[in-house]
Design a protein. Sequence first.
Length: 487
Amino acid sequence: MTSSLLPVLILGFVIVSYIALRPFPSRVRYLFDFVCFAGATVLLIRHQTPPLPGNGGAANASSLWLHAVAGIWWLLGARLLVAVMSFSLNYNRRWREARLFPDLTAAAIYAAAVLVVLISVLALPIGGLLATSGVLAIVLGLALQNTLADVFAGIAFGIEAPFNVGDRISLGDKIEGTVVQMNWRSIRILTDGDDVAIVPNSVVAKSDIVNRSSPTRVRSAFIELSCPAASNPERVIDALQQATLLCPPILPVPLSSAVLTCLGPQENRYRVIFSVSDTQHLSTTKDLLLRNSRRQLYYAGLYFPRAAQDIPTPDEAKGRPLTAVLPLLQEIILFEALGAEQLAELAAHVHPRSLEPGVVLFAQGGTEAELFIVVSGILQISQHTASSGEQTLGFIGAGDYVGEVSLLTGAPYAATATARTHCKLYGLDCNVIKRLLAANSDLYAEFDQSARRGLAILNRGVAVHATDDSARQSLLHRIRAFFGNSR
């Protein structure tokens, strides 16, 4: 009676211990499994009962508990083998998150162990059970055909490996994002909106899959825009290529290009093709490129012009139209507080300049006290430091200005400006500002506020680097000191 109760007691001990140890860390449970496995091995060797296939036979009361130990030995061995496999794969992030093959392999190991126990250890006649299970498998297959389709599609993904965890993929034109997990039924995709899309494997298998991470994460894209048919296509293409220099995320290789794609009676369409290092930069780069393209074309007179404001000035009566300069001055934040007559006074004293590529506009440390407004072309702003040598800070283009702090305070330039392309600029020295301040002392505070606003605008970051770093803290005082007003 005691021998017949031993298998039950052994099995009960293992089950109770397994349930009791569930709250403990996995290492404690695995250690318990290993101790039990080692103990079962010692018992089987001691009683000369190796737990191998072919050791079956009718189980009597005296050997029943040994058969129970042999069965537990096989199940514990399967569990330890799965634990070793999981421990090894956990060091690889891709395998840790792509759980399909580890799960299937673990299921196969457990199924093999159970079959060995039933056939070889317990010597049970399972032929009829297998025959019955065929019918049951057909019924389950019909009931679970969608789930089985997901499983087999997942197996196909594992064999073909069109993507891995961490890759960015797009499924048709519906879902795009980064694969964060692959399992036996579905894949999980983290979209750009920080949502997790759970897509069944069978649906993925029927979709057009584009792997954005293979062979590299570089993403090529394009923007399209229209210009009047009367605009010279060569000048438009040149302006669009210049706009790509103003977008830091655009890669220099492969080289960006601009092409004419469609001719029309009223407008022509152009396409700018560019590349970025990763898809996450794509939308912001498109926005930046569209804005810079519009500015380059607008100030070059190639874009759809807006109606110029009619500002009556004394100079128009003298036959000196200022319509080319006034729109530029009106859009400069530094002069936002000036009236029409004051703007006309500035416009009358600007002097145009043209620079060929490579010509230096001003050098780092220079004290020309002059403001420069870019009409067309690209200026490269670079800075020399003792620690890193010569560094390119960026580029500025049409409609932007540089040197406002030098104009108002006489501070030296903090960087060097060099023409990257053929440039047209307007220069404005401090003498005309001095006359305006002499006529209206309230402009000191106005220039201080406007200059600070201009320095704080995000898209003028490159131009701001060319100014004196200490300007923001004592700008008003320095303006007064420079123009001889100590109040």
